[in-house]
Design a protein around this ligand. Structure first.
Ligand code: VGL
Ligand code: ZN
Length: 240
């Protein structure tokens, strides 16, 4: 008797835990540097990117900054890699639809750009370019090592089935911000930046430390629209 059956509505919390985490993270600056594919074949070899030689000094200058962690990647393919035109006996730079090797139904194909043979594991083409301060890296991540799986991003393969060791490496030291330099701006740098955002990092391209195979402007416009920030070595220096 006299008891109400209606319960008092609880106030809706205006700040969720995840928002507090996000706020904390916004106030923290734990930067990682990722140096993408500064290898002979991309500088002066079979897949040379125009102007690549000219960014080596800038890349070395970024490496000198006091990052929490600095990691390099190397494209590192077996000599029958799926991305090589020769593997399909097709003309170079044509397109092919590929299917994941473990996907029994082969339902989802991906457009694979075919490339000249490049960065074959344990050949000089896959070595770091001379002049790069490569002894300074805390870790080197290899990608594209499986014959049937392409991998542009430093985080994961194009199928999103496997990650490299990179996500664990940077998560383990509490990284908040990922800065990227290297080659090529419109392939491995681009897909690394997109994944970096997806993994929850504030993501920056140090544009004077990047060269692309085709247009720089198109890729920068696309990446800016995804929340990736464009910066320069000079501006980055000011943050430390
Ligand atoms: C890359 C094409 C093929 C890159 C790697 O490092 O951007 N591009 N493999
Ligand atoms: Zn490759």
């Amino acid at each position: 008797a006299g008891e109400s059956t209606t319960s008092t509505p609880q106030p809706v919390p205006t700040i969720a835990v995840s928002d507090i985490d996000r706020e904390k993270r916004a106030l923290t600056f734990v930067p990682a540097l990722i140096v993408i594919d500064m290898q002979n074949d991309f500088v002066s070899g079979s897949l040379a990117v125009a102007g690549a030689e000219s960014i080596i000094n800038t890349v070395n200058a970024t490496i000198d900054l006091p990052w929490k962690i600095k990691i390099a990647t190397r494209d590192f393919h077996p000599d029958n890699h799926i991305s090589f035109a020769r593997t399909h006996e097709k003309p170079e730079f044509s397109k092919k639809i590929i299917f994941h090797p473990e996907d029994k139904d082969n339902l989802k194909g991906i457009d694979q750009t075919l490339w000249p043979i490049h960065c074959v594991a344990d050949t000089s083409g896959a070595d770091f370019v001379p002049g790069l301060n490569s002894t300074a890296f805390d870790a080197v991540v290899h990608k594209g090592t499986h014959a049937h799986i392409e991998s542009y991003s430093a985080f994961k393969d194009i199928w999103g089935r496997d990650t490299t060791e990179l996500p664990d490496l940077i998560e383990a030291c509490g990284v908040t911000d990922v800065f990227i330099v290297g080659l090529a701006g419109d392939y491995c740098v681009k897909y690394t930046a997109i994944d970096s955002v997806e993994f929850g990092y504030r993501t920056w391209l140090i544009t004077d430390g990047i060269k692309s195979i085709a247009s720089e402007d198109v890729v920068y416009k696309e990446l800016s629209s995804k929340g990736i920030q464009l910066t320069t070595l000079k501006d980055v220096k000011g943050r430390f």
